[in-house]
Design a protein around this ligand. Structure first.
Ligand code: PEP
Length: 252
């Protein structure tokens, strides 16, 4: 079963709409990432889909106005945390170091993590080697200290608490979708590179790898096809009901 992860970003505007989207998306292969204020309602509404938070803080409690604790999130019945999304890196100055702290805090609270990585256009323009080097650095820094820690199972093999979303920054939110590298073949090659990097450099770490970047009903079947890609992370198209219905049809 391939994963369909939906990042609603800062949408929709009301709980009513959030519940309506949740009902429409309530399938076993779906992970929903609603805005934090709707988490409780979405967890209660869904029976088959799993639910995740778009962001969290690395401290559990204390004088940190405006932040949300991983323990609070977990207590709602939330299973996943999205960490390191390029919009958080861009608008909220998240770094590989804060990403690393957040992953450790999420694991400590018992949440599963989708770590987002992806290169900017400036790296991609220099060629595939520069793009890979950029992604490799994000993986190494973001997962620093995690391989030998208490956070991951010691044995080799598939793990369930970490997935990686490869999202080239230039392909997100209808970015440079016509760039020649925005193809299922390119994303499959990068997914393979990510798996090899984590398997050899991280003590046989073997997470699922998703692709994200303007995936919609027209291209979802193609992006889901390669063996190396375990699912897709969809933003904009996942909050449009007609698109959503078509995505499910094509993904089946
Ligand atoms: C995302 O937010 O992770 C994403 C891939 O967005 P979009 O599908 O809108 O490009």
């Amino acid at each position: 079963m391939k994963i369909l992860a939906f990042n609603w970003k800062l949408n929709p505007l009301t709980e009513r709409e959030a519940l309506s989207l949740s009902s429409l998306s309530d399938r076993k292969d779906v992970i929903l990432f609603p805005p934090a204020v709707f988490l409780n309602a979405v967890v209660r509404r869904t029976k088959r889909a799993e639910v995740g938070v778009q962001n969290l803080f690395w401290e559990t409690e204390g004088a940190f106005t405006g932040e949300t604790s991983p323990v609070m999130i977990k207590s709602l019945g939330v299973r996943w945390a999205l960490v390191g999304h390029s919009e958080r890196r861009k608008y909220f100055e998240e770094t590989d170091e804060t990403v690393n702290k957040k992953i450790k805090a999420a694991f400590a609270a018992g949440l599963n993590v989708i770590l987002c990585v992806g290169e900017p256009m400036s790296a991609r323009k220099k060629g595939i080697h520069a793009a890979r080097a950029f992604v490799r650095k994000q993986l190494v820094r973001g997962l620093s200290g995690i391989r030998n820690s208490k956070f991951l199972p010691a044995q080799a093999g598939k793990i369930r608490n970490l997935a990686v979303a490869y999202e080239p920054i230039w392909a997100i939110s209808g970015g440079a979708v016509h760039h020649p590298s925005d193809t299922p073949k390119d994303s499959a090659e990068m997914a393979k590179f990510i798996k090899e990097t984590l398997f050899s450099g991280f003590h046989s770490l073997n997470p699922e790898v998703l692709y994200g970047g303007s995936v919609d009903s027209k291209n979802v079947a193609d992006f889901l096809k390669p063996r190396e890609v375990d699912g897709v992370l969809i933003g904009g198209a996942s909050v449009k009901k007609e698109e959503l219905k078509k995505i499910f049809k094509r993904a089946n």
